[in-house]
Design a protein. Structure first.
Lengths: 197, 197, 197, 197
DNA sequence: GATGAATGAGTTTTCATTCAT
DNA sequence: AATGAATGAAAACTCATTCAT
């Protein structure tokens, strides 16, 4: 008995997700050129050929993931305000990204640091400006925090930018198992914006 | 009349340096797989074939650069004490790496985050433990700083580790020209260890 | 609908055989370095890339063929006894190798005479000692032949060795079409061991 | 004090001989494609570049050696008659080639069995027909030997051809050190033409 | 005459993408 | 929809040949 359209659609959606998840995992760590399609296929437990039913090319899969990453980042920033607590407590939440969030960060990092990515990816990243998505979003929060005396004084926009740069940098470190790097605790990172031990 | 041995050696040294410098520049930014030999050859203004007079393979060139990077890092750490000024001032110097230093950092980062590098490189990095090269080297400096009240209190070894992690992370960001990331000024980074604005 | 495992296995076996047969034909005549992969690919009527689905490298393909050649030689020697007729008649059979057998001989010859073959191939050949595979196998046959007066007297082991050397040498001549060399008839070769016209 | 023309000529002749000798040694064993110019240069203890003062190309060096080899073979055959003793004793002498002679044999063999040699070499070999150089030369000797009862009866030209084929084959075996092959003694080989133990 | 660094054409090898089933 | 064999273009690597000294 053949599957009906609905069931087929469900299979398609599942497969697509499988591939995207696998792609994120591998691309984030190894970059576009460092990733072979066979790796993604293996990770997603499907055949290499099937990838091409869902994505026209390696580049297209990569770009789709970039789009997801940017969307994710946007949401994350927009949700900061909805978090409970004082400005500082909200920021502390930001510092504690989940695993998937970290992978998205790494992916964006790959685009920023490699020249081998498709032009489209570059453009997407450019158009997502930290200015709009991050600084504008967090400015009010920082000003509020400074007024409360929770955050260090100084130009809030610059402070956000630096803080976010450090955060991004740490995300992309992909703290390895060998313990060479020690991920600082949230409070230590927050010192950059609080200026207090 | 053929060149004498001294002249030849000079040519060889120059050429080798040229290649190493070009390799560092390209590998640091693009990683091992993202780098094509033609890029290095172009950057070094030599033919692709000549690369193989000086290095047996792409991998060997890469490994040689890793060795240099580790040596450089080692020296850098050992020289901190010789810098003038208080412990904090010495640290400030550390934060202001030169361009080449940053490239070496990025190269080491490439090895840590990619699985595509030769086994030998992995081993080298492993054997260079942050424990020995960095933490042991800086421990006394931090204790001294804490006694002087310049540095925040707490386990000095852990503090160093976190500080160095942030430093490494920033180095590897390869602050791009598009201004997406803003590299924090030295004092801002130092807040992590001073806990003061 | 994808092919089932059995069909796939059949395709793989066929293709592998195709490649091995083509490799034997070209390697035997031209040696390892004299053979370009494009020649084998053309001879096997497949693309160059496909070779790498079946063999990791040119060397691996070569080594696989050497293993086959040695196995073939071993079988050949072990089968001599099962042939019908007197010792001399059995030997006459040995002298009339088939075409594939000759190619295998030539291949082994390539390893013996070239230094450019992979170490593994050298070891395989070494481990296959003529002593064990040939002389030990044929000794009883020769002694029997001498007792019957069919074969010349003298140290049978040495006689075998010389006989086999001549046989090998002739095999590897690859009697060319231009008629420069004339392959002696079986009886002429057998004179070496019979000592009779 | 600059060298005079005579001294220069002497140097030139020496160098040329050096190169030819080295080329013969390496080409004979490894064939044209299996031989790198660097091998010959090393063997001749000169630089790679110098080769091109004496020979226009690798091919030209190879062809020159083929010409020498053919000349040598021709002389060898013509000298058989001048050797002392009965026909059989003259033949026995032929069987005991010197080392250089063997190398020339191997070189000719390389041309016969490889397709990668320059067209010119092929032509040279073709033009040197075994018919003329060998069979015609030895026919009278064989007939004489048959009349004396030293040599087996039958078509002398065919007998020569077979005998020479076996001889060539053995020459090209390049009996390796591992003792896999045992070069038969002269008398054993001569059995082919005498038909007697 | 002599050297060895330098080049580039040709070969091996990799891998995204296509295709028959 | 799904598979994995097959292809070919591009990358790594080799080596005969050239060239500045």
């Amino acid at each position: 008995m053949p599957l009906n359209e609905e069931q087929l659609q469900q299979i398609r959606d599942e497969r697509r997700d499988q591939i995207l998840k696998a792609g994120l995992k591998v691309f984030a760590r190894r970059g576009l050129v460092g990733t072979k399609l066979s790796m993604i296929a293996t990770e997603a437990r499907i055949s290499q050929g099937l990838l091409y039913h869902y994505f026209k090319s390696k580049d297209e899969l990569f770009i789709t993931l970039i789009e997801q990453a940017l969307q994710e980042l946007k949401n994350e920033m927009q949700n900061v305000y909805k978090l409970p607590g004082s400005p500082l407590e909200k920021l502390r939440n930001l510092v504690q990204f989940d695993d998937e969030g970290q992978l998205y960060f790494m992916l964006i990092h790959q685009v920023r640091t490699s020249d081998e990515v498709p032009e489209k990816a570059k453009e997407l990243i450019k158009q997502y400006s930290m200015e709009t998505y991050v600084i504008d979003q967090l400015e009010l929060l920082f000003i509020e925090g400074q007024e409360l005396g929770e955050l260090a004084s100084g130009d809030p926009r610059k402070l956000i930018s630096c803080f976010f740069t450090v955060l991004s940098a740490l995300m992309t470190l992909n703290i390895s198992e060998d313990g060479a790097y020690q991920m600082p605790e949230a409070d230590l990172i927050l010192r950059i914006v609080t200026g207090r031990p």
